[in-house]
Structures are given as C-alpha cells and as structure tokens.
Design a protein around this ligand. Sequence first.
Ligand SMILES: Nc1nc2c(ncn2[C@@H]2O[C@H](COP(=O)(O)OP(=O)(O)OP(=O)(O)O)[C@@H](O)[C@H]2O)c(=O)[nH]1
Length: 596
Amino acid sequence: MLPLGDGKYKAILWSITLCVWVLYSGVLQADSAPQPLHSWEYHWGDLPAGTQGTLSQPPDTSLTWNPINFPADPPERNGQEQVWFRGVLPDGNWNDPVLYITSINLIGQIYLDDALIYQYGEFDAQGRGDFAGWPWHMVELPENFSGKPLNIRVFSYYTNIGLWGEVKVMERLEVLESIIHMSVQDLAVSALVFVLAFIATIFAVIGPERRGFSAIALFAYASGLMLLAEAPARQLIVDNALAWDTLRAGSYYTLPIALGLLLSHWFNGKTKRWLTSIWALHLAYLAIAISLVQLGLVSLSITFPVFDALLTVTLPTMLILALFRFRELSTEQRLLALCFTLFIPLLLTDMLVAHGFIAWRTIPLSYGTLIFSLANAAIFLWHYRHTQQQMSLANETLEYQVASRTKKLGRLVQELENLSFKDPLTNLYNRRHFDRVLEHECLRAQQNASQLSLHMLDIDHFKQINDHFGHDAGDSVLVEMAELLKHHFRGLDIVCRFGGEEFVALLPGTSVHAAESRANALLTLASELSLAYQGAPLTKVTLSCGVATYPDHTQDPFKLLKMADEMLYQAKNGGRNRCIVWPETPKTRDFMLGQS
Ligand SMILES: Nc1nc2c(ncn2[C@@H]2O[C@H](COP(=O)(O)OP(=O)(O)OP(=O)(O)O)[C@@H](O)[C@H]2O)c(=O)[nH]1
C-alpha cells in the first residue's frame, strides 16, 4: 500500500489524478460530438492501388462515381466482389479524433490524400483476400483531415459488401467508452448465464430430469458464449477477431440443437420425431460447417448466411410445434416456451439486421438471454424446493418404514423365540423351556417362602399304541394327553413335554399333599379318556407319575428333578397307573445324597 503520509507519493498521486482529469475534461470540453462522414459515393470494381500504399491514380478523375446513402451494398452488384467508396470527412474540434467503423464486409483499405492510412485483411495482387473476422475498427486520422475525401477499397465474397453499422469520427476515449458501455450488459448477462449453466449441469448430473437439464445447460452455455463472443469488448480481452467469430459461430449454431433437444424431450410421437430431426440437422450442420472451416475449405463468413437461412425455417417450425401442443406442457415448460417465444423474434431480427434487410441498429439479444436465464433461475429454485420437500418426505417415509419393520422384526423374533421353546406337536412348552424356568421357579418359591411341586408324568405302554395303531395314532394320543394336561393344570402351572411320551408339570405354591391329590385326579381323568383315531377307537391309556416338592424334599432344582424322576421310575415298577410322592425317609434321602 502507498504510505499516504509521505508527501512525495501524495504529489505523484495528485499529479496522476490531475492528468486523468485534464485529459478527460479535455475530451468533454472538446466539440466532440461524433460526426458521420457525408457525401458518400461508390464505384464498382477495383482501382489500381499504387505502390507503397498510395493510389496510383486519383479515382475521381477518370471514373464515374454514384451517390449512396451509406457505404454498403450498392445496387447492381451482379456478383461483383470489389468496390470503392468515398466519403467526405466531417469538420469538428476533436482532441484525439479517430474514425470508428462498426464492421467491414469483408476486408478493406482506407486512403486519405492518396495515402494508405488503414488496412484490414490481406489483399493479394488481384485485390482479393480472405475473411479475417468482423471486429470493430478504430482508424487513426492524421491532422487536418476535415473536409477531405476518404477512399475505401473493399473486397467481399460475402452476401454483403462494404461497411456495416456506423462510420463516424469521434474521440478515441469515447470509442473505448462506448465499446465498454455496449459490452457491459452482454458481459454481465453472459456471466449470469454461465452461473446458471453450471447449476443446470449439476442438476443434470444429480437430478431426476437429466435430459431436460442437460438441454437447458447446453442452451445456457451456448448463449453465454455467444454473448461473450459478440460483446465488442472481446477485442480488448483477446485481439483475434477470427477466433472470436469462430467461437460465436459454434455457440450460435448450437442454440437450435439445445432448443430442439429440450423440446423433443417434452413431447412424444410425431412432434418428437420432427423436433429430433431438426436438432439432428443442426448438429450435422455444426459439425460439417466447423470442420470445413477448420480444413480451410470454406470461409467462416459463408457459413453464417447458410445457417441463418436454415434457422429461419427451423426456428419458427420448432416454435409452432411447441405452441401447438402448449396445453400438454407443465407450468415450468410453458414458462420456458414463452421465454423462447420472446427470444426467437430477437434472434430473427438480429439476423435480418446482419444481412441488411433491416436498417442497422443494436438488437438487445442479451435481454432475451436474460429473460431465459431468469426463467431458468425460477425453475431451479422451484426444483430445489421440490427436491428438498421430496427428500424430507422420503426421510419421513423411511423413518416410518424402519420403525414399522423394526416392530415387525421384534414380533418375529418373539415368535421365533416362542417357537424355539414350544413343542410343535402338542404346542406345550418343551424341555428347553423347562430347563430355563426350573431354577427360576425354585428361586421364586424361595423368595415367596412357598412350595413348588414337580410332577413327572409318563404314558404307560405307549409303545404298544404305536405298534398297534401306527405312529400317527400315537401322535394323536400325545396331542389328546397334552390337551388334558393343559386343562387340568392351572394357568400359573408350567406344563412341558419333556420328551417322547413323558411330560413335566411345575406347580408353584403347591404343597406335597395338594400335588399328590392333583396327580391322582389327573391319573383318573387320563384313564377315563375315550381315545380314537380317524374314527376308530384306541385302547385306554394310563399315566404314571412321580412327585417331589421344593423345599420340602430338596432345595436343589436339579435334585428336585431327579427325585420326581426316581418316583416315576418307582411308579412304573410298582405296576403303572399310579402316583408316587418322594417319601421323607432316611433311606431315600441317603439314596439321593449318594447320587449327588
Ligand atoms: N407316535 C409317537 N411316538 C413316540 C414319540 N416319541 C416317542 N415315541 C415312542 O414312544 C415309545 C416309548 O416307548 P418306551 O420307552 O418303551 O415306553 P413305553 O412303551 O411307554 O413303556 P413304559 O414307559 O415302560 O410304560 C417309543 O416307541 C417311541 O418311539 C412321538 O413323538 N410320537
């Protein structure tokens, strides 16, 4: 940073400011209103240009000159490619005057007082040359030019010949100022369009409407590039008119491709086929035209009128096709279609001006692009909001689904767990469950200072049922017996199938005597059961039962089971169909202790 306190630097800073002010105020004070040249005349054909940039003979002595309003496209061209114009330079009081020309079709030389003062493009010996782009021109003028004739030699194989736009004498600074002024809007819109193109690209990559957003992105990139390449300030950035015009052609020729892609994506059937053919045709034109130009076979300038002719047919066709089926479009598509409807006349008018069908004027193409860009921005925002809403909805749905599935899964786990503790044939608890609850029930009995009786039950001579009536009949007996047990015992009793034809029942809060009487009652009920299988009666069955009670007989759950089993064994040995309760005798106690 400048040390502002330092007097020396302050002085320099003030001097620079003063110079700029003097220079600028000088410009403002000068009689600097831009003045066009006047008294224009033309002469078809080339005149012999003298050596070293001088006219070998003054063209006005021996030739016929015809008056013309503006030095462009004189009548009766008849395929001629060379023409001379001459006009009189205006009077004025300029500080730093220059001649400003909007554009030249295609190349030219400018002479003042028989001296060549400016040349654009390369002339060969025959006075011909190649297209070199369409830049604006700022021609240095020597002193005392006022009132002098200016001779302009032009060569063009293009549809137009001569100068284009404005030809006037003005201050150099004013030229630069107006160039910047004319470009600001184009450049600003171009920057905005590039940002939108980038956002559209992101939507095209991630979004559901990939093709639609790709087409919008392509249109935005093409129109952004076109505006940049058209802005007069382009020459101040990179001084290569041909490169800029090639870029302009590429982007301009891409616009109908993007438009066709987008529209064809919106429609079906015949309309889609028509639109697809149109964008394919433009794609082919772009590829062929740029290739031929790059190969040096065709001049870039010639590709413009051919393209414009094509566009005057395809653009209205696309518009008519879209408007014809306007009702089928969604709101956002309608918005874009309307923007195109506004943009297309601008594009067509610009084209008509470029070819001289309409008098020269600046066409605000950037307005069309701006409207299109704003519509796009609105659509992006709408899409963003819509996507956000859909995402939160999806999240909620997902959360709901996860919760309901977790619940369902919990239920399934529970069912599975139940199944793993159940006997599938009888639907009674199985031995796994019994092993799990025995210890727990003993503990509960201890905590409640109550008793817990254990019944061990076995169907007598069950093998004979299987043998006589078959395995399935045996199964039906097991099921019947299980039903009897379920009904006979209380809800808080735990009845399990211990294995084969053996059952156990845990009776919480049941004394030895109560357990014995419940067992005897069960045995009676079992012996009275009328069993049948598939309508055929089965033999009567009886049960044997062993009983042991906690804590009366033991406080060890494992021993309790052993004791009941031992009593069952004794019941079997004692003749079956009976219940034996663990007797509190020293002999049995010793027996059990010896086992443990
Ligand atoms: N149908 C059927 N039979 C079974 C099942 N489980 C075990 N068995 C049969 O039950 C019979 C048990 O026979 P045993 O151990 O000799 O006993 P039992 O014939 O009842 O004789 P005791 O117990 O001494 O009165 C065997 O034939 C087993 O095949 C089953 O699920 N279904």
